[in-house]
Design a protein around this ligand. Structure first.
Ligand code: GSH
Length: 205
């Protein structure tokens, strides 16, 4: 199997952390330079018409091209450690929190990053105003996660799941790429959770 990704892309990173948590190492990694437009080539278009990474190429020549779908594929191949839930309730609860992280936190964070830094200017319309609106939405989304983490060790409760991986890449992008300061007073539980996550070996993936 071959995994097409990009070193700094948040969605490829979700898959890399997921694989590290599963202990899966026998995958060939192909790194694309998104700023240089590697993902826009005709060759890559054949692999994923959406022109995004990650993309997993299977040994039979088929492709899976959504990060969560790739994670689900690996969960089915390697059920342990479980990251998507086991009981019907737990599966639904992890899905609930994962979607909250994606819609309330990842979407505005990504929109803030793309519009404030104008990283893909020339390929997409950029708006400073939309970047700043997205920043405020990102901060609101992260405050909701702060409230959650005041009462819960991990995003979905007392064990690490895929929802924690989703929040990890959001926080990385907010703090390191956007350089958004998050103060202890308002985001203390979120930052403590982040310290725990950064201590896991999978964080280096
Ligand atoms: N929903 C997709 C999103 C994939 C995505 O947007 N990937 C970014 C990198 S993090 C990308 O390939 N961007 C290239 C571009 O926008 O040109 C997933 O979860 O895999």
């Amino acid at each position: 199997m071959k995994l097409y990704g990009a070193e700094r892309g948040v969605n490829p990173r979700r898959v890399r952390i997921f694989l590290a948590e599963k202990g899966v190492a026998d995958i060939e990694h192909v790194n694309l330079d998104l700023r240089a437009g590697d993902n826009l080539s005709d060759e890559f278009l054949q692999k994923n018409p959406w022109r995004t990474v990650p993309v997993l190429e299977l040994d039979d020549g088929s492709f899976i091209s959504e990060s969560v779908a790739i994670c689900r594929y690996f969960e089915a191949l390697y059920p342990e450690p479980n990251l998507f839930g086991t009981t019907p309730y737990e599966i639904a609860d992890i899905e609930t929190w994962s979607r909250r992280v994606e819609f309330d936190c990842q979407v505005p964070t990504s929109q803030c990053f793309r519009n404030v830094t104008r990283i893909f200017e020339g390929r997409e319309e950029c708006s400073e105003e939309w970047g700043e609106i997205s920043r405020r939405r990102m901060l609101e989304g992260l405050l909701r996660m702060e409230r959650r983490l005041e009462e819960s060790t991990f995003v979905t409760g007392e064990r690490f799941t895929v929802a924690d991986i989703m929040l990890t890449v959001v926080l990385d992008q907010a703090l390191n790429a956007i350089k958004q300061p998050l103060d202890e007073e308002h985001y203390g539980s979120l930052l403590s959770w982040y310290d725990e996550i950064k201590a896991r070996p999978s964080y280096r993936a």
